[in-house]
Design a protein around this ligand. Structure first.
Ligand code: NAG
Ligand code: NAG
Ligand code: NAG
Ligand code: NAG
Length: 425
């Protein structure tokens, strides 16, 4: 991952202003005794050659709480400081997807917790975004999510949050968006484009109707270097793009009777496993984005959302009917692939992601760690009757709204505002 830009750090270095504007400096100094001249020079030389011996400024002192990449990846959940800010939306938000509208479906509200990044110090929490000022700062901008239903979960949290800042919002589903809103007061668009693999994929039935011995009914052709139709033509439309993929790259979405096969122009040989296919697709999508999306666009890639199936996988009566957050010392046994638990996929995919995006200008939005604690915040058994997961009784993968995705949104909003403030985007 490329570190976010660092001029703030340069500005904050204690000695930078002492020697950079150097035109007047030698003249004045020459009139002073030699010792006085040598003293600052020696000091500067010392500072330059032994920077670690200089008192270090706090890292990124000008970045608001929530806006630095490290804010999501080191911290803890705390009770929301009282008085808690008023709820920004409830079950009547017009953008809800019923399955995640836990209040409507009878689930008691998810605990009111806030994320306290270590960097922010003394228990400070990421502030809830102020919808009206966010919209004002984002005036005329367009924010787009591309990916699977976990991107949708976050997009809906953003739409519902901003709804309370401009009740005149209208549903907006243009340019291939699956869900979205236009906020007329400040002319802001938030769109979600459903592209579960990000890359284009197409169903290819068997050519003849003879049943095959291996049981294959057809294949899904994945063109690893071609974006899905849903977002191929919008790369220059949005000012902020947030990508994800990962949750569909498994044998439960693509079982061996209907597998994925990978193409780059022609069939990739030897054929790739689904996991290797993901690797290649991430890399290809990363370089496509780098090539096709204007450099002023803020490009974020959100990491995997962890699942919390306890006592069995999603199709083996796994459960998340719980009010309890996981403890820090439980996280590895739940999520570290070495322990082969049923929820290991998030960290596995993340390791590929980190590798695939190194040479791009896409910033990671690492929401995995903070979400790993939140076994208490999934829809669990409070579902809509016609949900497909009802067969298996619990959804421990998506998140209740209001809930954890609101904290994702606060962090995203802080990052976006900070980017705009620097005069970018
Ligand atoms: C995300 O943050 C966690 C916690 O700091 C870290 O362990 C993990 O490696 C990070 N993942 C990625 C893909 O950067
Ligand atoms: C939900 O919020 C809206 C807008 O703030 C409010 O008018 C409505 O009464 C609330 N509904 C419930 C069920 O709390
Ligand atoms: C994208 O735009 C190109 C050029 O205008 C057009 O030919 C193509 O059909 C568009 N593709 C989709 C999926 O909309
Ligand atoms: C799930 O639980 C039900 C009863 O509680 C049981 O009949 C069923 O066999 C279990 N399914 C699996 C896959 O373990």
């Amino acid at each position: 991952m490329r570190p976010i830009m660092d001029t703030s750090l340069v500005k904050a270095l204690p000695f930078s202003s002492a020697w950079l504007p150097g035109d007047r400096w030698p003249e004045t100094c020459l009139r002073l005794p030699l010792l006085l001249l040598l003293l600052p020079v020696t000091l500067i030389i010392l500072l330059l050659f032994f920077p670690s011996s200089a008192p270090l400024p706090p890292p990124h002192p000008n970045i608001p709480c929530g806006a630095a990449p490290a804010d999501a990846t080191a911290g803890r959940w705390v009770q929301t400081p009282s008085p808690p800010p008023p709820a920004l939306y409830n079950q009547s938000c017009p953008f809800h997807r019923i399955s995640w509208n836990c209040l409507r479906n009878g689930r008691p509200p998810v605990s009111a917790l806030s994320w306290a990044p270590s960097r922010c110090g003394s228990g400070a929490v990421v502030p809830r975004v102020d919808p009206a000022s966010f919209l004002a700062a984002a005036r005329g901008r367009r924010i787009g999510f591309m990916g699977d239903s976990l991107s949708e979960d976050m997009a809906i949290a953003l739409l519902c949050t901003l709804w309370s800042g401009d009740a005149g919002v209208r549903q907006w589903k243009r340019r291939g968006a699956w869900q979205g809103g236009h906020f007329p007061r400040e002319d802001v668009v938030v769109g979600y484009h459903r592209a579960v693999l990000l890359a284009k994929y197409t169903w290819q039935p068997l050519e003849n109707f003879e049943p095959r011995k291996d049981g294959i009914k057809g294949t899904y052709r994945v063109d690893v270097d071609i974006p899905a139709d849903d977002w191929i033509n919008i790369t220059k439309f949005y000012d902020v793009l947030i990508f994800n993929t990962g949750h569909w790259w498994g044998s439960y979405k693509f079982p061996k009777e209907t597998p994925l096969v990978f193409y780059r122009g022609k069939l990739i040989e030897p054929p790739l496993s689904i996991f290797d296919g993901l690797k290649v697709a991430l890399k290809s999508m990363g370089s496509y984005i780098k090539r096709e999306v204007p450099s002023k666009t803020l490009k974020l890639w959100r990491t995997q959302s962890p699942r919390h199936f306890d006592g069995g996988d999603w199709n083996h009566n796994g459960s998340c009917v719980s009010n309890r957050l996981l403890q820090q010392n439980e996280l590895d046994s739940w999520f570290d692939p070495r322990f082969r638990g049923v929820n290991k996929d998030a960290r596995l995919v993340n390791s590929l992601l980190q590798e695939a995006l190194v040479e791009t200008d896409i910033q990671l939005l690492n929401l995995t760690y903070m979400s790993e604690f939140r076994a208490d915040a999934h829809p669990a058994v409070w579902l809509e009757k016609k949900d497909e997961v009802v067969v298996w009784r619990q959804d421990c993968m998506h998140w209740c709204l209001p809930g954890v995705p609101d904290t994702w949104v606060d962090i995203l909003a802080a990052r976006i505002l900070h980017y705009f403030k620097q005069g970018k985007g």
